[in-house]
Design a protein around this ligand. Structure first.
Ligand SMILES: Cc1cc2nc3c(=O)[nH]c(=O)nc-3n(C[C@H](O)[C@H](O)[C@H](O)COP(=O)(O)OP(=O)(O)OC[C@H]3O[C@@H](n4cnc5c(N)ncnc54)[C@H](O)[C@@H]3O)c2cc1C
Length: 512
C-alpha cells in the first residue's frame, strides 16, 4: 500500500516524555509535529527529581548543564519530632562521582522548569510545541495513521507514518487503542501544592509526622525558584479545598508550629496514587510512552525519569526504521521498556509501603537508574567468548581515556550524538577501517586513536564493542565473531544503499 503522509511522526503531548522524543527526532532530522492540548506550558512542580541516569541522557541531548544551572541538589531531610527537635539526614546514600559514573546525585528541578529547558533546546533545533492543539481521534492501518486534531484554527486531518501517545496517565491514545491499563489504586490520596510561604528556612526538606500517613506533611524548597512544594496525604473521599488559608491551617495543625504562613499558591492538585502498566506499548504504527504507558506513586522519584528514558529508547529506533531499517526494530521498544516500568512500579510501591510504616526513606542506588539493563532484549548480543567486563544490554559506563594527541577524552564524549559507536580494541590506528554513516568508529590501544591508561574497559585486543545511540551496549564481538558485525548492523540500521535518502524533508513522504 502506498499513501502520502504529511509528516513522519505526530507526538501527542508535550510533557517530559513528548519533549524528549521531540528533541531526539529533531536532532535526527525526522519530520514531526508535537501537539499539546494545554493553552500554555504546564506550571506545576510534580516530578522534581532528575536521577543520575537521566542526567547522562540529558548530557547527550545537550541540556544537562542548563538543567543543573537552573536547579540544585536536594537539601537534607529534616525530620521533626513532636517536641519540635529534629534529626537531619541526607535523602540519598552518599555516592561520589567516579570516572565510570560521573553523575551520582539526583538533581532537583521542578518539572515546569525542566520542560522549559527542553522547549528551549527544541527551539534551537528549529521546532516548537503547538499549544492549544488536541488529538481528538485517529484511524490507523498498515500504511499509516490518519489523525484528527482540533485547535483554535479549526479541525484538521493529518497523515503521519507513526503516532506517539505521550499524553499522560489518562492517555486518550491508550484508551482509543483499547489497550488495558491493569494495576491497582494504592489507597493513598495526596495533595501537592507549590506555594510561597514564610516561617521555614530553605536549607532543608521539612518533614513532620514521618510514618503517620494521617498527619504527614513534607515541605520541600524547590531549587531554582522561591517556592516550596507541599505534599500531604488527605482523605480518599471528598473535594479538597486547596486555598492558601486551608493549606496553611493544615500545615499548622500537622506541624504543631505557628508562624508558617502561606503567601500564595501557584499550583495545587489532589491525586490518588496508582500503580498501573499498559498491556501493550505498541499497536501497529501507534506507540505509548511515559505516563501513558505506566503510572507510579511518586516515592523514589521514578516517573518522569522512566518517561524520559522511554522516549530516548524509542527515538533512535523510529528514526532508523523511517530511514529503512527493518520494522522489527520497533518491537524491541516494548520488549525493552515494559519490563523496566514493571520493575519501577514494584520499586516505587515498595518505597511507598516503607514510607507508610517507617517514614520517608533515604534513596539507595536502585533509584538512580544506572543499573537498569536490556540484557534480555533480542538486540543484545554477546560473542562466544567474553571480551571484557562489558556485557550486551548493560548501560555503557564512562571512562577517562587519553587521545593520541595527549588530551583527556571521556568515552561519553565519543558517544554524544545520535550515532552508534563502534569501539575496536586495536594495537594501532588503521584509517578507513569500516566506518559507515550512522556509526562512529573509534580504536582504543597503546598506539591507537585513544588510550585507556587504567584499563577501565578491560578490552581483549582484537575485540569489538557496539554501543547503541541510547548509550547501552548493543553487542560485543570476540576476534572469532567479527563477521557477525555486519549482520547485526543490518538489523538496526538502514541498508547502506538507502542511507543517503533523507526522511526529514518537509515534503510529503511516501508510506509503504
Ligand atoms: C506529586 C508528584 C510528584 C512526582 N515526583 C516525581 C519525581 O520526583 N521524579 C519523577 O521522575 N517523577 C515524579 N512524578 C511523576 C511525573 O510527574 C510524571 O511521571 C511525568 O510528568 C510523566 O511525563 P509524561 O510526559 O509522560 O506525561 P505528562 O507530564 O502528564 O504530559 C502529558 C501531556 O499530554 C497532554 N495531553 C493529554 N491529552 C492530550 C491530547 N488529547 N492532545 C494533546 N495533548 C494531550 C497533557 O496536557 C500533558 O501536558 C511525580 C508526580 C507527581 C504527581
Amino acid at each position: 500500500m502506498e499513501v502520502l503522509a504529511d509528516i513522519d511522526v505526530l507526538i501527542c503531548g508535550a510533557g517530559a516524555a513528548g519533549l524528549t522524543l521531540a528533541i531526539d527526532l529533531a536532532r535526527r532530522g525526522v519530520s514531526f509535529r508535537i501537539i499539546e492540548k494545554l493553552e500554555r506550558p504546564f506550571g506545576g512542580s510534580r516530578g522534581k527529581g532528575i536521577q543520575p541516569r537521566t542526567q547522562e541522557v540529558f548530557e547527550d541531548l545537550g541540556i544537562l548543564d542548563r538543567i543543573t544551572a537552573a536547579g540544585g541538589i536536594y537539601p537534607p531531610a529534616r525530620d521533626y519530632r513532636s517536641d519540635g527537635s529534629y534529626e537531619e539526614k541526607s535523602m540519598f546514600e552518599e555516592r561520589a562521582p567516579t570516572p565510570d559514573a560521573p553523575y551520582r546525585k539526583a538533581l532537583m528541578l521542578p518539572q515546569f522548569l525542566t520542560e522549559a529547558v527542553m522547549r528551549e533546546r527544541l527551539a534551537e533545533l528549529g521546532h516548537a510545541v503547538e499549544f492549544d492543539s488536541s488529538l481528538i481521534g485517529f484511524d490507523h492501518g498498515e500504511g499509516g495513521v490518519s489523525v484528527h486534531l482540533r485547535s483554535p484554527r479549526g479541525e484538521e486531518r493529518v497523515q503521519t507514518r507513526y503516532l506517539v501517545g505521550a499524553d499522560g496517565g489518562r492517555s486518550f491514545v491508550r484508551k482509543a487503542l483499547r489497550v488495558a491499563f491493569p494495576g491497582k489504586t494504592l489507597g493513598v490520596r495526596a495533595v501537592v501544592a507549590d506555594v510561597r510561604l514564610s516561617g521555614l528556612d530553605r536549607d532543608a526538606w521539612h518533614q513532620f509526622n514521618s510514618g503517620d500517613m494521617e498527619r504527614l506533611v513534607v515541605i520541600c524548597p524547590l531549587a531554582g525558584t522561591n517556592l516550596f512544594q507541599v505534599q500531604a496525604p488527605i482523605p480518599i473521599d471528598g473535594e479538597p479545598d486547596l486555598s492558601p488559608k486551608v493549606l496553611e491551617r493544615m500545615i499548622g495543625e500537622r506541624s504543631a508550629r505557628s508562624g508558617i504562613e502561606i503567601r500564595s499558591v501557584s499550583w495545587a492538585s489532589a491525586y490518588s496514587m496508582n500503580a498501573r502498566l499498559a498491556d501493550r506499548y505498541r499497536v501497529g504504527r501507534v506507540f505509548l510512552i511515559g505516563d501513558a504507558a505506566h503510572i507510579h506513586p511518586p516515592t523514589g522519584g521514578q516517573g518522569l525519569n522512566t518517561s524520559v528514558q522511554d522516549a530516548y529508547n524509542l527515538g533512535w529506533k523510529l528514526s532508523s526504521v523511517l530511514a529503512g531499517a527493518p520494522d522489527a526494530l520497533l518491537d524491541t521498544y516494548e520488549q525493552e521498556r515494559r519490563p523496566i516500568a514493571q520493575h519501577m512500579l514494584g520499586l516505587s510501591s515498595r518505597l511507598l509501603d516503607a514510607q507508610r510504616q517507617q517514614g520517608v526513606q533515604a534513596r539507595g542506588r536502585d533509584t538512580d537508574q544506572l543499573d537498569l539493563d536490556y540484557a534480555r532484549s533480542s538486540l543484545s548480543h554477546d560473542g562466544d567468548t567474553r571480551i571484557s567486563k562489558i556485557f550486551a544490554g548493560r548501560r555503557m559506563f564512562d571512562a577517562a581515556l587519553v587521545g593520541a594527541a595527549g588530551q583527556p577524552r571521556r568515552l561519553f564524549d565519543m558517544m554524544t550524538g545520535p550515532h552508534w559507536t563502534l569501539v575496536r580494541a586495536a594495537a594501532d590506528y588503521r584509517p578507513d577501517a569500516g566506518g559507515r554513516e550512522g556509526v562512529r568508529v573509534i580504536s582504543i590501544g597503546d598506539a591507537a586513536e585513544l588510550r585507556d591508561p587504567f584499563d577501565q574497559l578491560g578490552l581483549v585486543s582484537g575485540s569489538t564493542l557496539l554501543i547503541r545511540p541510547d548509550g547501552y551496549v548493543g553487542a560485543t564481538f570476540d576476534t572469532a565473531s567479527l563477521d557477525d558485525i555486519e549482520p547485526y548492523l543490518a538489523r538496526v540500521l538502514p541498508p547502506l544503499s538507502l542511507l543517503s535518502a533523507t526522511s526529514g524533508s518537509a515534503a510529503p513522504t511516501r508510506l509503504s
